[in-house]
Write a protein that binds this ligand. Structure first.
Ligand SMILES: O=C(O)/C=C/C(=O)CC(=O)C(=O)O
Length: 296
């Protein structure tokens, strides 16, 4: 066992596993280790300290020495402590920033114009529920709709970030439902009132568990779907978003400081429809994750 002093401070993975940015030599293997290679092929855990030197612990018997650091991408890092927090984004995050009318066909199905810049609104975090909990039709609502959406979990504080850097602030992803009291929303729209109640009531944000960033190399091209009682209602792809992820993060960060654990819901594809008590919703994101919620 090779053990060098130093406490790991940074990780390059959203799995709370320390990573491999080093070239190392060993009795039986020699070469570069990348984050997953080290874990899957060599079984090593390689860490960096805050000074980016030495803080290395290698849990393998055959590694002899640290040869050199290969690469360091400061934007990709996140303090280890913070990374373990954003996995709990539902508890840690301070806000849910939502995007409306981000798919042409959905804007059209509700007779809305296509926006020229992202249209943002907020949900409170008290709206979150996890699998096993039930979506409750709010009292007095007669037209509860489902809207399936890709969620971006913010990993690093983002304020006024350019589009070119935006992906560096992503900590991970989630699959969410932007439950909408459509009748209340229509009434609010007709009076020029905000959508807060129509979009932010309790249980209006059913959400999946955290999805590691590494699992989604290109969030701008992902199949996303939703079924009600086994029948497909929404079937889209994130490549049809009017404003892609980079644009949304950059734009939202000019309006609000995005903080670790905050969620950005990116809008819904077409096919929204009315739900009834007893309905069961299933939704999925490519072959990455599926969720299920029932409605009462
Ligand atoms: O403007 C409307 O009538 C409704 C808009 C939405 O509910 C939009 C979304 O939340 C969305 O597009 O995801």
């Amino acid at each position: 066992m090779v053990k060098l002093k130093g406490k790991p401070k940074f990780c390059f993975s959203t799995l709370q596993r320390e990573v491999t940015l080093v070239k190392y030599s060993a009795t039986s293997v020699k070469g570069y280790a990348s984050a997953w290679d080290s874990v899957t092929h060599y079984g090593h855990t390689l860490c960096l300290d805050s000074e980016l030197n030495c803080g290395l612990e290698i849990s393998s018997t055959n590694v002899k020495e640290l040869v050199e650091m290969v690469e360091f991408q400061p934007y990709a890092t996140c303090p280890l402590e913070m990374m373990s927090k954003i996995v709990q984004f539902k508890e840690v995050g301070k806000k849910i920033v939502c995007v409306g009318r981000n798919y042409r066909e959905h804007a059209a199905e509700l007779n809305n114009p296509v926006p020229s810049k992202p249209m943002l609104f907020l949900k409170p975090t008290s709206a979150y529920i996890s699998e096993g909990e039930t979506i409750k039709i709010p009292k007095g609502c007669s037209d509860l709709n489902h809207e399936v959406e890709l969620g971006i979990v913010i990993g690093t504080t983002a304020r006024d970030v350019p589009q070119a850097d935006a992906m560096n602030y992503v900590g991970g992803y989630a699959l969410g439902l932007d439950m909408t009291a459509r009748d209340w929303q229509a009434e609010a729209k007709s009076k020029g009132h905000p959508w807060s109640v129509a979009k932010g009531f309790d249980t209006s944000c059913p959400i999946s568990k955290f999805i590691e960033k590494e699992k989604i190399p290109n969030p701008n091209n992902l199949d996303i779907w939703l079924k009600v009682n086994g029948e497909m209602r929404q079937s889209g792809n994130t490549k049809d978003m009017i404003f892609p992820i980079e644009h949304l993060i950059s734009f939202a960060s000019q309006c609000f400081t995005l903080e670790p654990g905050d969620l950005l819901l990116t809008g819904t594809p077409s096919g929204v429809s009315k739900l009834n008590s007893g309905d069961v919703i299933q939704a999925g994101l490519a072959d990455i994750i599926q969720i299920q919620f029932s409605v009462k």
